[in-house]
Design a protein around this ligand. Sequence first.
Ligand SMILES: Cc1cc2nc3c(=O)[nH]c(=O)nc-3n(C[C@H](O)[C@H](O)[C@H](O)COP(=O)(O)OP(=O)(O)OC[C@H]3O[C@@H](n4cnc5c(N)ncnc54)[C@H](O)[C@@H]3O)c2cc1C
Length: 407
Amino acid sequence: MAPLNIAIIGSGLSGLSLALALHQQNIPCTIYESRPASLNIGGAVMLSPNALKILDALGIYERVRDKGYNFETLEYKNGSGELLEVYEFGSKEKYGYEALRIYRTVLIDELLAMLKEKDISIVFGKKFTKVVAETENDVTWEFQDGSTQTADILVGADGIHSTVRCYLYPDLVPAFTGMAGVTAAVPTKQLKIPTGYHIPVTIMTPNGGFVIAPQEVDGSEVLIGKQKRMGEGFDRAGWDRYMADKDAFVEFLQEGASNFPEMVQNAVSHIPHNKINVWPFYAVPKLEKWASEKRRVIILGDAAHAIPPSAGQGINQAFEDVYMFALLLGQADKVEMQDTLSFWQDYRQKRITKVMWLNRQTDLRRMPKEAQTSGEIIEEIELSWLYLPNFKDDVESWVNGKLEKRD
Ligand SMILES: Cc1cc2nc3c(=O)[nH]c(=O)nc-3n(C[C@H](O)[C@H](O)[C@H](O)COP(=O)(O)OP(=O)(O)OC[C@H]3O[C@@H](n4cnc5c(N)ncnc54)[C@H](O)[C@@H]3O)c2cc1C
C-alpha cells in the first residue's frame, strides 16, 4: 500500500502534535492554518503524566520540561487554611512524571521548531471552508480563497468551533454553558504567601473558589482566577467587545476578596490588563462518529469533544487522540480502515467518559452543597487509569488480535 497522505486543518496543539506523531510513523502530512501564525490564546496549560508520556515519546518533553513549572499536587483548602483534599496532578514516583504547567506559546513555539527541523510543511493563511467531494479513496476540499486540495485523509484539528465538523454534523453549534474562567497572572511575591503554604491551591469558601497556581520555571509568577457566570444574551459575536472591557474583569476578580485570606486580597490588589485571560466554556454533545462514512474525513481534539475544565484534562486528552490515531495509522496496511477507526474512537471515548466522571467528581468537591441537593455521591478518586495508560501496547495487542483472527 502507498503511504497515506494526510492534510491537517488547524495548527493548534492537536494539529502540531499530530504532524509530529504522523512523521514518527513515516506518514507524510501538511498542516493548513487559517491564521497568519499559530493561534496564541494566551495563558498556561497543565500537562499530566498521560500527556507527558506522549510528549516524551515524540521527543518534545525533554525540550520543554525545563521551560515550565514542575509540580505534583494541587491542594484544596478552606478560607482558614485547613486542608480539605489533595489532588495528584502528577508524581514522578507513581506515574513516571511530575505535572508540568507551561505557557501555551512556549509549547507551540517548540512544536513549530520541531516541524521545521523535520521538514513538515505548514501553510498559514489557508482557511478551510468545505468538503467538495469524498470518494472511497480520497477527499477534496475548498479554502476560502477558492483553491481546492485533495488528500487521502483530511483531519479536522480546528478546535471547538470546528468547520470540518460541519461536514459530519451540519447542524451542530457548540452551546455556551453560561460560565467562563477568568484568570490573570501576577508576580508571586505580590501575594506574600505565608512560609510553608502549598501552591497550587484552590481556596474554597461558601462564596466560591479561588485558584492560585505557580507558573514560569521558578514559580515567580502565579495564575489567579475564579469562575464567572456570564450575563444573559452573551454570544460569540459579541466576545471581542466584551473582552475589551478589562476593568470589568479586574473588578470581578477583586469582588468578594475580603471573604478570602489576605494573600488573595494581595493577589488582586494590582492586576495588569495584558495578563488577563478569559476562557468561555462551550459544550459539545457526545458525538456518535468522529469519521465520515467513507472514512476520509476525521475530527479530533476539541473538534471531537469539548472537555470542561474541572479536572484540567482538555489538552491532555487531545494529545491522547492524536498519538493513538498516529499509532493506528502506522499499522493501516495490516487492518481495515473501518476497524481501525472504530477501535480508535471506542477506545478514546471510553477514556473521555471517565474524564467526564472525574470532572463531575471534582465539581462536587468544589460545590459540596450541589452534591447534597443532586443526591450524587462523592466517590473516591484513584488516578492510575488516567495517568498510566499504555497506548503502544494497547494498539499492538489489538492489531495482533485482528491478525490472529484472520489467519
Ligand atoms: C483561554 C483558554 C484557556 C484554556 N486553558 C486550558 C488549560 O489550562 N488546560 C487545558 O487542558 N485546556 C485549556 N483550554 C482548552 C484547550 O485550549 C483546548 O482543549 C485545546 O486548545 C484544544 O486544542 P486543539 O488543537 O484541538 O484546538 P485549538 O487550540 O482551538 O486549535 C484550533 C486551530 O485551528 C485553526 N482553525 C480553526 N478553524 C480553521 C479553519 N476553518 N481553517 C484552518 N484553520 C482553522 C485555529 O486558528 C487554531 O489554530 C483553554 C482554552 C481557552 C480558550
